[in-house]
Design a protein around this ligand. Sequence first.
Ligand SMILES: Cc1ncc(COP(=O)(O)O)c(C=O)c1O
Length: 394
Amino acid sequence: MLKIANRVSSLKSSSIMEISAKAAQLKVQGHEVISLAAGEPDFNTPEAIQAAATVAMKEGITKYSPAPGFQVLREAVAKMVTHENGFPVEPEEVLITSGAKHGLYLALQCLVDPGEAVLIPTPAWVSYRPMIELAGASVIPLPLYEEDGYRPNVDRWKGMAIPPNAKGMIINSPNNPTGVVYSREELVKLTGWALQRNLWIISDEIYEKILYDNLTHTSVAALGPEAKKSTITISGFSKSYAMTGWRLGWSIAEKSFVSKMAALQSQSNSHVTSFVQWAALTACNLDPTIGAAMVSEFDNRRKYCMERLDKLSNYLTYTRPTGAFYIFINLSKWLVPHKMSDLDFCKELLDREYVGVVPGSSFGKENSIRISYATSIDNLKKAFDRIEAYLKRG
Ligand SMILES: Cc1ncc(COP(=O)(O)O)c(C=O)c1O
């Protein structure tokens, strides 16, 4: 038998991907499953981007590319971010990565030494912890509270002893799983708190273009030169351009750090698929009305979900989301009297009602669930009918 290395012995696959896989399996068995688990737009990639990939293949963009990405694409991302995010970016500060996820992985491998710790406002996205642990470090959750609408409130952490091995913090706005968008003032306070403690910051901005209620996005690196120097900005095309399967993202940091991430990329996956990078040039210059139409449809769905949830206030509470496509629901009112964990709830909901949702404990917050509304209103209606029936049945 092959002996598994200690480094990965306790590593598990992504719980969200597992739930999505189980939902897909039940579907194959003939059940009408509705999955509100996966965090991906149900739209197909805009046609102009698809066409650009086909043309690139025909024109022979099928060979290796430079490890950090094609220079023209690094230039295009630098230009787009400088223009849209309000901080100056040079092409050499950009690394093209296989999705935001691999950017996060590379960044953490290049930043974190064994024995160190990383602070994460929690609830938080499921993959941060395993990536940090793979680098031999540990996670210190910084609790976010439902009473604060899961907004960062540095006063809450006043009494917390932050150990000297804490080296960095991950900020994620718009947030997965809560859908909360941090205001500029909140980000100023949060970033100031981190910089005072000499922490580096990874700012995961993958949902930056999915905003509602006329909100605008603030990048941590746009808060000033000090913030920019200490920050690695992570983002990509997956969510805003309906390109989850293309595996296409970018990381922005100071040049010497980007070259180290590029060296690690060159020794692992080499680079992002060449014709996919070529199509990204079209994505960078896409007619903004295409993205806006997707956001507007997400907004309709968000409002529909909130209407349905408002009618279930005897059983749950939730935080009003203003970005991404998730709602984080506190089910304590129902789960505690039923002596049921959020994980068991999710398992039963899938097995009995064929509705897939993700347990809050996967994000570090028990007695909660996360739903994704990146699916049609028709599906959302069916899913809520079943959830409602299940809760009312008791
Ligand atoms: C907060 C967060 N960061 C990063 C990612 C990864 O994005 P990508 O698909 O571009 O790798 C996700 C995907 O679900 C996410 O929710």
